[in-house]
Ligand binder design. Structure first.
Ligand code: PLP
Length: 402
């Protein structure tokens, strides 16, 4: 037995005090955990059973069916996007977005280092290269001011294409990600993408129900991706969607996700290498029922966030991450950021919260630290690294806001 297993090392009074204060604040608003509380869990309180049973009763369980058509209409109408194409998951939706943005093998794609792995992996599926960019501390989205300055040093426009001066590779697209549901600064992103000839893609996997100046996220990029994974605000078990306001891109997205099959009475004809990325009807059925309750869930998530905000407003040592000005966040995951001088105690606080039954976790390990992405190009990532060191996600299920 090693020493740390035999006797717990005292982390010191400053850490113990911070742990106590934060656990007390969380207990004050969530009550005693009793059963451990998950960080985020799905809720099936509507017509989920009825719709899934309907699929089983009728035999329409697979990749065509009325619920697939319906969820596409429902997503389009909820988000205000003209077209929604349901997919097998959010990662496959992102893969399709990048293909339709014209990203080829060897191209570079600007993506935040502070994101879930899916954003980077989708770039890799095309054998393109993720180029990691800095985040800002208000929204945790891409820092457009710093990115603009970085591109002026690093890139130039050649024949209408943004080219990385040191690698010679075209930089084709910029993927924005709305972290924990907080909308990034989309006006600035649209402007930057336009000036640098980049296709703007929104990874809106976390931001269903989030608005930027009154307009739903996913409407600002040329093409965007949603996720309906089990931990997201609305789930289909596994699933996602491609969003776009461009009818031709929508047609291409549908075609590519359905094995690029041409309509024919019985012959199997395909005109390019397509993908089997359609959402099954049984998953869509679950999602249709979930979407019926989305407005009510958003309301309860907002109530929960408001309570966190109040609890942490007067607390020394950590700040609550509020929605950026001019936006309405779905508050998918609530987060606090420890003061800079307290970063060393992050794991102590995580330990204390989880020991007390409050499912909490740090943000994702930054992409450039992972072995497969270590050598990718990147700009200075000081803020992203600060957030990685200091951020803690707190229990965020909609039911906690009831
Ligand atoms: C959840 C998520 C995705 C997609 O994940 P899937 O599990 O494939 O649906 C993509 N990007 C981000 C930022 C996510 O959080």
């Amino acid at each position: 037995m090693n020493k740390s297993a035999a006797q717990k090392v005292d982390p010191g009074p400053q850490s113990r005090n911070l742990q106590a204060v934060i656990v007390a604040a969380v207990r004050g608003l969530l009550g005693d955990a009793g059963q451990p509380l998950a960080l985020h869990e799905p809720e099936f309180a509507g017509r989920e059973w009825d719709y899934v049973k309907d699929c089983l009763d009728t035999g329409w369980v697979s990749s065509v069916g009325s619920y697939v058509d319906r969820i596409e209409r429902d997503i389009a109408s909820f988000t205000g996007c003209k077209h929604a194409i349901a997919t097998s998951n959010g990662t496959s939706a992102l893969h399709i977005c990048l293909l339709l943005a014209g990203v080829d093998a060897g191209d570079e794609v600007l993506i935040p280092a502070l994101t879930f792995i899916a954003t980077a992996n989708a770039v890799s599926y095309i054998r393109a290269v993720p180029h990691f960019v800095e985040s800002e501390a208000v929204s945790l989205g891409v820092d457009t001011g710093k990115l603009d300055a970085y591109l002026q040093e690093t890139a130039q426009i050649v024949n209408g294409v943004c080219v990385n001066r040191s690698t010679g590779a075209p930089i084709k697209a910029l993927v924005a990600m709305h972290v924990f549901g907080h909308p990034s600064d989309l006006d600035a992103l649209v402007d930057l993408a336009q000036r640098w000839k980049l296709v703007l893609i929104e990874d809106a996997a976390e931001s269903l129900g989030s608005y930027y100046h009154g307009r739903h996220t996913g409407n600002f990029g040329r093409i965007s991706a949603l996720s309906f994974n089990g931990n997201k605000i609305v789930t289909t078990g596994g699933g996602g969607a491609v969003l776009t306001n461009d009818p031709e891109l929508a047609r291409r997205a549908k075609h590519l996700t359905t094995t690029a099959r041409l309509p024919d009475r019985w012959n199997f004809l395909h005109d390019e290498v397509g993908y089997n990325y359609r959402m099954p009807n049984i998953n869509a059925a679950l999602g249709c029922a979930q979407l019926e309750r989305l407005p009510a869930m958003l309301q309860r998530k907002r109530q929960l966030a408001t309570r966190y905000q109040q609890a942490f407003a007067t607390l020394d040592g950590a700040r609550f991450l509020s929605e950026p000005p001019g936006t309405s966040s779905n508050y998918w995951l609530n987060a606090i950021v420890l003061d800079e001088n307290l970063a060393a105690y992050r794991d102590d606080v995580l330990g204390a919260l989880n020991d007390a039954g409050y499912g909490s976790r740090p943000v994702w390990t930054l992409m450039h630290r992972l072995s497969m992405y270590r050598d990718c190009p990147r700009m200075g990532l000081d803020v992203a690294e600060q957030m990685e060191a200091r951020l803690i996600n707190l229990p965020s299920s909609a039911r906690l806001g009831g």
